[in-house]
Write a protein that binds this ligand. Sequence first.
Ligand code: ADP
Ligand code: ADP
Length: 225
Amino acid sequence: DPVLVLEGIKKTYNQGKPNAVQVLDGISLSVARGEVVALVAPSGAGKSTLLHIAGLLDTPDAGKVRICGSEMVGLSDRKRTAVRRQDVGFIYQFHHLLPEFTALENVMLPQLANGIARAEAQTRACDLLVRVGVGPRADHRPAALSGGEQQRVAFCRALANEPRLLLADEPTGNLDPGTSEQVFGTLMELVRSTGMSALIATHNMELAARMDRVLRLDKGGLSAG
Ligand code: ADP
Ligand code: ADP
């Protein structure tokens, strides 16, 4: 089974109102196990909407979402939340780390929420932070870290529960080009070393070209490219 399947996804905001915006008009895609797919779209084309639907943060007006073979549309909120916690990792353009917690604690928290024991969560968090080069700064709060370091910590947090699917929305979009290149390289190494599947939105064609496949989202539809 593919890790993610979307079939005929439609989404209109403000349906039935004068300010209705049709964003997705029957989107279908599939991400195979271990595959890393780039999602390229002009600003406002609906890539955040598509990622939120794929990650069960938003529901489509029509269409199917299947994660690891299980149908998600129509599941109870509780079951969707469980799938989101266990099987899906999110990375955003801005890290959304919790400012009052250290880097280490930020990576531990999703594991604790998922029922993992404290000692094991700490070991796994440390290991991840070392792998992305932030080990020596594990006890700092986000404000004391550089933008690139903050984003690396956000990667560790997203991968802490070993999700099968990673969804990333411009994961290095707020970094300067040199840092973006480096931090993206770290992300790809992490993803490849775990064998997870990923759908990664980016404006950067050079970064997109380093993934297995590129999908373009425009005017409500997808095309290969
Ligand atoms: P992208 O991530 O490609 O920039 P988005 O998915 O954020 O695009 O948004 C696509 C379109 O839908 C935009 O025109 C945006 O203004 C509109 N939109 C997004 N979220 C909402 C919302 N909650 N209510 C109304 N319109 C929205
Ligand atoms: P964007 O910058 O792409 O518009 P945000 O990162 O601000 O998106 O988040 C968009 C939506 O996703 C918001 O409704 C927010 O509440 C939700 N969201 C963000 N992060 C998480 C998360 N880790 N778990 C659950 N919902 C989240």
